[in-house]
Write a protein that binds this ligand. Structure first.
Ligand code: SAM
Length: 404
């Protein structure tokens, strides 16, 4: 596969080789050539890959009561902000804005939508999607927000998996940093110098003190050095409130299991998946799972308090997914939860049912993790309970409109 001229120039200027993290950052976020930076990637059934909001409004409808609860708990502080980082096509932001305005009009009247999107190419499409957004909407950065921190809720849905990762590779005795090297006009992944003792020591809490016999030469995985600066910047932007991270994530013992010898890095384009991160740089999405232990440690080090975590399937059941499915099964032209009072045709009901089932499929989206963090609240009093961390309500009622 030929190397695009822009990347050849970069690599030549860097002496022919860069750490994998630098390569991933360029391939995704370079403003002119990166897959997100240039706005090349499309999210949706007709695009490069599908995320939960691209399946329809069900995901946002189930998430909205949780966000409304958290915003209501902050009500004494106003105005409020619903911040979405990495909004992609702007679909989730638009759906959440609509759900808030419909279900919690008084709360919505005090809430603005803030989008944090560093890639201009993506922000351009978000502006288009949100032209008629029912909430006031603005685009900002964590750095700009830090000048006047907001109170509210930050949603990070499938964004932290787009932060560039470091890759480490075993040489049988020590850990080496993986590099991307230009070799006779092609790209190669090659082991670089052994990690400095200080860097190697940081792997100990992940169960990676030394490669050992179980992780022979060639065994590789990812580290997430971008998490802590991101969480610190997010924390500085949010004076008071909560952060909900929803992403592919594994506990350290599963992430770094000897059997996972290639890590979790994947490339996506036009609904195809590949384990080769060097394919057509700047045209494919590159994504790595999060390590839950690393995420929580980075969050705590940045002043966040962990409220709890759940698998997506469990979180959505706690938020009323079963009741919505039940409502659809019994919808014979009658009301559907969250859809107002209109007659529903069969095709629509089937599409919504399929979307709900995909959201909880334990082999796919249902295995996503939801992790909630808070900052700036009365920690001594203990956190207020959160809907998605509770067991599903036994009644057939779906969390509904704001009590007024
Ligand atoms: C996989 S898409 C997720 C889109 C959306 N949240 C969804 O679920 O459909 C990743 C998004 O994160 C953005 N992004 C990448 N790095 C980011 C960062 N450091 N901060 C905020 N957004 C980022 C990308 O440009 C893109 O919009």
């Amino acid at each position: 596969m030929s190397v695009p001229p822009w990347l050849q120039q970069r690599l030549n200027a860097a002496g022919g080789s860069v750490p994998f993290r630098t390569y991933m950052d360029w391939a995704l976020h370079d403003p002119d050539h990166g897959a997100y930076g240039a706005g090349r990637l499309r999210i949706g059934r007709a695009g490069d890959f599908v995320t939960a909001p691209a399946l329809g409004p069900e995901f946002a409808a189930l998430l909205a009561p949780q966000l409304a609860q958290w915003l209501q708990q902050l009500e004494a502080t106003r105005p409020l902000a619903l911040v979405e980082t990495g909004p992609g096509e702007g679909e989730l932001a638009g759906q959440l804005a609509q759900a808030l305005v419909t279900g919690w009009p008084q709360l919505a009247a005090r809430t603005e939508l803030v989008l944090v999107e560093p890639n201009a190419g993506m922000a351009a499409r978000q502006r288009q999607r949100l032209q008629h957004c029912p909430l006031p909407v603005r685009w900002s950065s964590f750095e700009q927000l830090a000048a006047a921190p907001v109170a509210g809720v930050v949603v990070a849905h499938e964004v932290l998996d787009a932060l560039a990762v470091e890759r480490i590779v075993s040489d049988g005795a020590a850990w080496r940093q993986q590099r991307v090297t230009l070799h006779q006009g092609t790209l190669r992944l090659e082991p670089g110098a052994p990690l400095e003792p200080e860097a190697a020591a940081r792997l100990q809490p992940l169960g990676l003190a030394a490669p050992g016999a179980q992780r022979p030469a060639g065994w590789c995985s990812e580290l997430h050095p971008g998490l802590e600066p991101w969480l610190a910047a997010c924390g500085a932007a949010l004076g008071r409130g909560r952060l909900l991270v929803i992403d592919y994530a594994l506990e350290a013992w599963r992430y770094y299991a000897p059997s996972r010898s290639e890590g979790t890095l994947m490339a996506y384009r036009e609904q195809r998946a590949s384990a080769d991160p060097l394919l057509e740089p700047g045209a494919w999405d590159l994504t790595a799972h999060l390590c839950i232990d690393s995420l929580v440690a980075a969050a705590v080090a940045s002043g966040w308090q962990l409220l709890g975590q759940r698998r997506q399937g469990e979180a959505l059941l706690a938020l009323g997914l079963a009741q919505r499915l039940h409502g659809l099964q019994h919808a014979r032209g009658c009301d559907l939860p969250g859809k107002g009072s209109g007659r529903v045709d069969l095709a629509d009901a089937l599409a919504r049912r399929e979307a709900l089932l995909r959201l909880v499929d334990p082999t796919a989206l249902g295995d996503f993790r939801w992790l909630a963090f808070q900052r700036g609240e009365g920690e001594s009093e203990g956190p207020a309970p959160s809907l998605f961390l509770q067991d599903p309500a036994p009644t057939a009622e779906v969390a509904g409109a704001e009590a007024s």
